[in-house]
Ligand binder design. Structure first.
Ligand code: ZN
Length: 472
């Protein structure tokens, strides 16, 4: 399988240290608020990768952290603690906020059919691990104490900017106005491993450490949680593109300094979901959550379908019109699949494999889900029996998780239920009209249509047959 690697900036054959096994790490949510659908795009595409690796025969161990401490409002080390901000906003404790939004995150994942990783580890559960690794970094000379905090010394590395060739002055961009540069840092790129002194002295959660009462920085948690469950190396590390710097750059710096060897050879990053005015965020524009989509009448599956239609390495632009188009296409797709459901028969395995060849080719080429969606339509048009087509679609859906068969069944049943509400008088007129049409007596058919309309019902000929709906 060819998979793009952000570290080498090219598509390469995906390999693992141990044949057949993948140790995969995913940066989890900071649980201070609901995830917006832009965050969730990343988790959806990581889910596709996870499931496709399994479908390809790998045994996957997937690890995810939950950030419930240490993530400040800037991804550098400045600003308020996000968790504390959430707690203040809602007049709750930090741990109450963490519990509530962790549950909310996994509820959204369930709606979007995102599989829960084998390991889900909150950062507050690993404080001893952080202290142990930070102590070792100090001992090895990769960290220093200044002004009460422990910093990672990026000048000790041969190469710090592993993903891009950043210039130091570009780092200023991440610093928000009104936030003073940290005078304690020896080098601009240095970052905090452990805080005991912050401008915000009302931090709720603090732990004893060799450096005083304090709390961990954000970056150290992912390195430590990964090593705790996967050992000294990973095969694959995933996240949103905005995590490349500083978060993932810092993860690599501290992990490799601690271990004394390379840590993770393959990095998978999902591009942004943008609005027409730029990158989606919680603070600007409409706060788009799964619940909001549902309130507006969209199924979470329509959003997943919208994501599948685009490659993960392309920015995706969200507009309501784009989502409408995806939702309509998804509904139509389910209706087409619905027509296969009653046909019966048994699947022909060889023919099914032939239908799926294009799907595997698409997915083996850097997880091209947009192409895989095209294959779904090709299968529906193909010269094959219904059972074979359904078996092929089920196999694709094991990875894309669009609820193709279940959704088609539910949609067909809902349509049948709607039909059953039609009064017998109307149904009799519909039958009479059908007979008139078959007899090519179109004048009579039109008259019957008018009669049906007078009773408050509308009749439409579609590719799925005659549809009768109550007039609005
Ligand atoms: Zn992380």
């Amino acid at each position: 399988m060819l998979l793009y690697n952000s570290l080498t900036r090219q598509k390469e054959e995906f390999r693992t240290a141990e044949p057949g096994k993948v140790k995969m790490y995913t940066c989890g949510p900071t649980v201070y608020h609901y995830a917006h659908i832009g965050n969730l795009r990343t988790y959806i595409m990581e889910d596709v990768l996870d499931k496709y690796l399994r479908q390809s025969g790998y045994d996957v161990l997937r690890i995810m952290n939950i950030t419930d401490v240490g993530h400040l409002t800037s991804d550098g080390d400045t600003g308020d603690d996000k968790m504390l901000k959430g707690a203040k906003r809602e007049h709750k404790t930090v741990m109450e906020i963490a519990k509530y939004y962790t549950d909310a995150f996994f509820a959204d994942c369930q709606k979007l059919k995102i599989r829960r990783p084998e390991v889900v580890q909150p950062a507050t559960g690993c404080i001893d691990d952080f202290i142990r690794v930070i102590s070792a970094l100090l001992e090895k000379g990769y960290a220093y104490e200044a002004g009460g905090n422990i910093y990672f010394d990026t000048s000790k590395l041969e190469q710090y900017y592993v993903f891009h060739d950043f210039r130091e002055e570009d780092l200023e961009v991440g610093v928000r106005e009104g936030v003073d540069a940290d005078e304690n840092k020896r080098n601009k790129a240095d970052f905090v491993l452990w805080f005991t002194k912050s401008k915000f002295d009302d931090q709720e959660l603090k732990w004893e450490s060799p450096w005083g009462l304090g709390y961990p920085g954000w970056h150290i948690e992912c390195s430590c949680i990964s090593m705790k469950y996967a050992g000294e190396t990973l095969d694959l590390h995933c996240g949103g593109i905005d995590n490349v710097f500083p978060h993932h750059t810092n993860e690599i710096a501290q992990s490799e300094a601690y271990l004394g060897h390379k840590w993770c050879p393959h990095w998978f990053h999902v591009l942004h979901l943008n609005t027409t005015s730029g990158k989606m965020s919680k603070s600007s524009g409409e706060f788009l959550t799964v619940s909001l989509l549902e309130e507006k009448g969209y199924s979470p599956m329509a959003y997943r379908f919208f994501c599948m239609q685009s490659h993960y390495r392309k920015s995706l632009v969200f507009t309501w019109e784009n989502l409408d188009n995806a939702a309509a296409a998804y509904k139509k797709l389910l209706a087409k699949i619905g027509t296969l459901l009653h046909e019966g028969g048994t699947a022909d395995a060889a023919k099914k494999d032939a239908l799926l060849a294009a799907y595997y080719e698409a997915m083996n080429n850097d997880l091209n889900t947009a192409q895989a969606v095209t294959v779904i339509y090709d299968i529906l048009k193909a010269d094959a029996d219904a059972a074979t087509k359904l078996a092929a679609l089920a196999e694709i859906d094991g990875v894309l998780s669009l609820d193709l068969i279940g959704g088609a069944k539910a949609q067909a049943e809902a349509a049948e239920d709607a039909q059953s509400d039609i009064p017998a008088e109307v149904l009799a007129l519909v039958e009479a009209r059908k007979a008139a049409r078959q007899a090519k007596d179109f004048a009579k058919a039109d008259a019957l249509r008018d009669e049906i309309a007078a009773l408050g019902w509308e009749i439409r000929e579609t590719r799925q047959g005659t549809q009768i709906t109550k007039k609005a």
